[in-house]
Design a protein around this ligand. Sequence first.
Ligand code: UDX
Ligand code: UDX
Ligand code: ADP
Length: 476
Amino acid sequence: DQTVVRRITCVGAGYVGGPTCAMIAYKSPQITVTVVDMNKERIDAWNSDSLPIFEPGLEDVVMKCRGTNLFFSTDVPEAIRSADLIFISVNTPTKMYGKGAGMAPDLKYVESVARSIAEHAQGPKIVVEKSTVPVKAAESILSILEDAQRRSNNNLTFQVLSNPEFLAEGTAMRDLASPDRVLIGGEDSEEGQRAVAALVNVYASWVPRDRILTTKTWSSELSKLVANAFLAQRISSINSVSAICEATGADVREVAKAVGCDERIGSNFLNASVGFGGSCFQKDVLSLVYLCESLHLDKVADYWNGVITINNWQRRRFADAIVSELFNTVAGKKIAIFGFAFKKSTGDTRESSAIHVSKHLMEEEARLAVYDPAVTEKQMRQELVMETSEKSVNKLVTVFSDPYEAAKDAHAIVILTEWEEFKTYDYARMYNAMSHPAAFFDGRLLFKRKDIEAIGFHFFGIGSAPSHLSEVGYIL
Ligand code: UDX
Ligand code: UDX
Ligand code: ADP
């Protein structure tokens, strides 16, 4: 039966491939899942007691299945040969060179996997793109595979499906165990629909059938970009409103609550912040903008580009507020940065707003004292060196493992990630050990203005106006 999958291989053992395959292996004991990666260090880590990524619940699942029906290996050719179905789950970072630099996703890793499949496959394969790729990428993958098919004498056949992943970091296992939907795009032909049915069967072991959507390949590819663009747009929308609130005396939390109560709008994803980060939102919005430009849909490109403009502006605006509240000069002043990850419960720093705020402050020669509960010092330094220079990182950045030490003698505390533990600190104790006047900048709506002001801090919070404005209201 061609719609029953027995052996799955996933190329790319990262944030998407690792957890996804662990979940498939866990839910489908009859399927053997092999995850391969060219990065040996990463595979070694997957085979060790300390997995290369942290996700609540992941370790449990990996320990239950590893060695039974879940395997991690660097032998890409063998894993390709033995599989019925191959996930491509490699990185697609924004291209930094040539045509589309700074906008288009770089497909060189996806293409290299397609070439490996073309080289090593000996029988029929269903190839599934999981990485976020631009619309019509399946076509390029298929061209490479069909060329191999034409040149081979044996019974090579390929079907290419699109099956984007919607998991968020920190909740990956929960998102995988009970997804809002699983999306599978394929060709309309009989062979195409057979391949779609095979992948539907894989998910159907644990996902209710009405949550498995099947579409045309292009709809599936486009939906992934659009879903991330809508989510990013909500954050930019509420962040744009936060600026109005700061200038007028409204409170963005109150506005978000009131607006979100409308069922048509919904209350999730309306937290104003210092700007969204993470490996997906910016990359996918830029990829959508690039697609629109390529299609000569300039007005549409401008519309979505506004999401990025506001996000960059929000980061800059927050850094500028810090400088301005500290009497327009931060040169030589110690500033405690709390949080470097792009969101709580992860050590991931990709595109974190903390990098950009830090960079702006370093340009003003502030001395940064950084603390994050999950990000390693090496990682922070690497990110900052890429945005500034080794020299200025060495001169201006110190990484602390104790938040109280980071705050000692500092002129300000700056909250950049919404870690729960930040709410539990003794800020009066910190205040007493700081330089005075001491300021507090909340980039994540973690604190109430009046609580922090009661300690003695000058307070600046995203989306809430200084007391004199909130009391009298704004008079035009
Ligand atoms: C709207 C708001 O819904 C309501 O809460 C507010 O108090 C007044 O403005 P209304 O203008 O009566 O109400 O109609 P609504 O159903 O919101 O539709 C407004 C327009 O949007 C219509 O032209 C409608 O056809 C259009 N629309 C709505 C779309 O084009 N697509 C949609 O998905 C929804
Ligand atoms: C996102 C999508 O949620 C997920 O569906 C997709 O598969 C990958 O991209 P992720 O990047 O892991 O997931 O994190 P997410 O929780 O979406 O947060 C992204 C950024 O937006 C973070 O920096 C977060 O702090 C910020 N954010 C989120 C806000 O600033 N306000 C909000 O209300 C929500
Ligand atoms: P994502 O967040 O999309 O999962 P990651 O960067 O975490 O992305 O993981 C992608 C993985 O894909 C990396 O571990 C990388 O080494 C691997 N990879 C990229 N290209 C290839 C390739 N041609 N063959 C095998 N592995 C690859």
